[in-house]
Design a protein around this ligand. Structure first.
Ligand SMILES: [Zn+2]
Length: 173
């Protein structure tokens, strides 16, 4: 009885492409959040990213700037490198990047270079975001590639893990 009503529910959802997309986006963002949480456990700034192609994850990473002592070891860059290795292709035409925080200028540039289809991010970054807040590199008509952007997916959870992390750090200092 219960499983049948769930099936009905799925059927109902599939009639609405948009709400299906929103549900899928939220589900993949949960995976990105899990990467952010794993990063936090390693004392890294809790930002996570996953790259999805044809319904499966082909790259995933949390921020790793502390462990690698590399200011460019952002979650998005590490996930893109993984995805490119996994697919053995230079471009990620059909892929979507899910990341918990609005990408910075470097990562937005990498999304353009990798020619990704879509970018989905959680919280806005008013101080460093380069996909909406300060500028929009991934939709700049002057560049040779643009991608679709969806913002604000699980924004509150994505933002609060960062706020909490920095509050704890400030209190320790
Ligand atoms: Zn970045």
């Amino acid at each position: 009885m219960n499983s049948e009503s769930q099936t009905d529910c799925h059927r109902e959802n599939s009639r609405f492409g948009e709400s299906n997309q929103a549900q899928a986006d939220a589900a993949w963002m949960r995976s990105a959040l899990a990467e952010a949480q794993a990063a936090e456990k390693r004392n890294e700034v809790p930002i996570g990213a996953v790259i999805v192609q044809n319904g499966r994850i082909i790259g995933q990473s949390g921020n790793a700037t502390e462990a690698s002592e590399d200011p460019t070891a952002h979650a998005e860059i590490l996930a893109i490198r993984q995805a490119v290795r996994a697919t053995k292709t230079r471009w990620l035409h059909d892929a979507t990047l899910y990341v918990t925080l609005e990408p910075c200028a470097m990562c937005a540039g990498a999304v353009v270079l990798a020619r990704m289809l879509r970018l989905v991010f959680g919280a806005l970054d008013p101080k460093g975001g380069a996909c909406m807040s300060l500028r929009n590199i991934v939709q700049d008509l002057r560049l040779n590639h643009r991608c679709q952007v969806t913002s604000g997916v699980l924004a509150e959870e994505c933002g609060s893990i960062l706020t909490r992390f920095f509050r704890v750090r400030r209190n320790q200092a």
